[in-house]
Design a protein around this ligand. Structure first.
Ligand SMILES: [Zn+2]
Length: 454
């Protein structure tokens, strides 16, 4: 390994400013961490060597040539903005055909004016979640480096996406999931797409530790969001939001906070677009934890942890994590996709908060379930973690942090069918404000008619 080796358009760089080691993209470091200091890595670009269009709207021309699979892909359509591998390695299964929906009913629910709230449905991806954006990029990198076998830890959506991409490009895959911690829709996908699915007795954080160990020992390609190439793909959600807003940026982007890959990737996207002169203003970001898995909220709001120009106060993190260990804490929320207490992208997310003047808050499971029912009733539906965005926006409005006429894009990360059990329970138990239970009636036409006319 030679950190200062001459590189191509793109290279990897350690996020620690006191290290700043650089590596070529073809190098796969152990666990995608800096071999010098153990910190996270970024994918960086020599922008003067990349043919980036002068205006963002120029990307729109690719709709005319969508018979080319790379132009059809909602990730690779923007390929100059994630230019780390040659076209021959690029993997696509048609990801990123997602919709930004203006939703005035949701705007009313959260206390905003008509025309202010937009829902970005990432659940419309092939495997039903935003993960496909990242996997298109990560599997392209896996092919570029000649990976034969891959692995990930997962709360569910990652395993579904990894399994789908792995079989499409003939790379073996193993997924580690926590016992009893995965929504049924997601587990069914991993099995159906042929992943070797290993359930361990533990939560996501324990799966995450184990998968890094296993990848290190067996040389498997790691597909969790520690992998910086995955985050490059996740930047494209932002490009598509901008595209669907007529190539303008919203004032706010609201995103659920789990392992913090999306928030990190979104801020990187905005930062790079600003650097390239393609946008004038960087939007603010709001990251929403579930109250039962609120590490980011605790560290940022209560313990005042900041990016601090890359010199993050490690002692604050270590102290909090040792407190969690001492009380045997395991996160618990109905939003299983964000049931994570040791987010791997924590430091990149702190940087995102700095770049985007971000805010963090935590919402209860009750708020999440009600918001999910509202998105279902008035929109296209979403999985529980996604609805944390709408619940979070409602809080941000009540606290006056978001103005009633600011344009806000809530990123809905997963499809409603990912977790049908929770949906059925919410509606059948009649406990929620928006419960819509089925009505039981005798098999009799008059009684059925009476009910319909009631
Ligand atoms: Zn380093």
């Amino acid at each position: 390994m030679s950190p200062s080796k001459k590189r191509d358009t793109a290279f990897q760089k350690c996020i620690n400013p006191d290290c700043g080691a650089e590596f070529e993209c073809a190098l796969v470091t152990r666990g995608f961490k800096c071999p010098r200091c153990g910190e996270l890595l970024d994918v960086c670009y020599e922008w003067d060597k990349v043919a980036v269009p002068r205006r963002l709207c120029d990307f729109g021309r690719r709709w005319a040539s969508r018979d080319n699979p790379l132009d059809f892909s909602g990730v690779w359509r923007f390929r100059e903005l994630l230019d780390f591998c040659e076209d021959r390695y690029k993997v696509t299964i048609g990801e990123g055909q997602t919709i930004l929906q203006r939703n005035d009913a949701v705007a009313k629910y959260v206390g905003m004016r008509r025309g202010s709230v937009f829902l970005q449905y990432e659940g419309l991806n092939p495997s039903g979640s935003f993960k496909d954006n990242g996997m298109a990029a990560a599997f392209s990198h896996a092919k570029m480096v000649g990976a034969r076998s891959s692995a990930c830890a997962s709360t569910g959506n990652t395993s579904a996406s990894v399994a789908m991409y792995a079989h499409s490009c003939e790379i073996k895959c193993t997924v580690l999931i926590g016992s009893g911690r995965i929504a049924f829709g997601k587990l069914s996908q991993a099995m159906d797409y042929g992943a070797r699915t290993i359930q361990i007795d533990g939560d996501f954080d324990e799966c995450m530790r184990r998968v890094q160990e296993v990848c290190g020992k067996l040389g498997l390609y790691l597909l969790n969001s520690l992998n910086p190439f995955r985050l490059e793909g996740q930047k494209t959600t932002i490009f598509r939001i901008i595209e669907q807003m007529g190539w303008t940026v919203p004032e706010w982007v609201v995103v659920p906070g789990g392992n913090l890959g999306n928030s990190s990737a979104f801020a990187k996207a905005f930062y790079e677009l600003k650097q390239l002169g393609l946008i004038d203003q960087i939007p603010r970001i709001a990251i929403i934890n579930a109250a039962g898995a609120d590490t980011l909220n605790e560290l940022v709001n209560n313990r005042k942890l900041t990016w601090n120009e890359g010199r993050v106060d490690q002692a604050i993190i270590a102290e909090y994590y040792s407190e969690l260990t001492a009380r045997g804490f395991s996160p618990h929320t109905c939003a299983s996709a964000i049931e994570i207490s040791r987010p791997v992208n924590l430091k990149k997310c702190l940087r995102a908060i700095e770049v985007c003047n971000g805010v963090v808050l935590a919402v209860t499971d009750e708020e999440i379930c009600d918001a999910k029912a509202v998105v279902g009733r008035y929109g296209l539906g979403c999985e529980p973690a996604s609805a944390a965005t709408v619940a979070g926006l409602k809080r941000l409005r009540s606290q006056g942090i978001v103005g009633s006429d600011e344009r806000v894009a809530c990123v809905l990360t997963g499809h409603p069918l990912k977790d049908p059990d929770l949906t059925v329970k919410y509606h059948k138990d009649r406990g929620g404000s928006f419960s819509n239970p089925p009505v039981e009636v005798a098999n009799d036409v008059d009684q059925i008619i009476r009910l319909i006319q009631a």
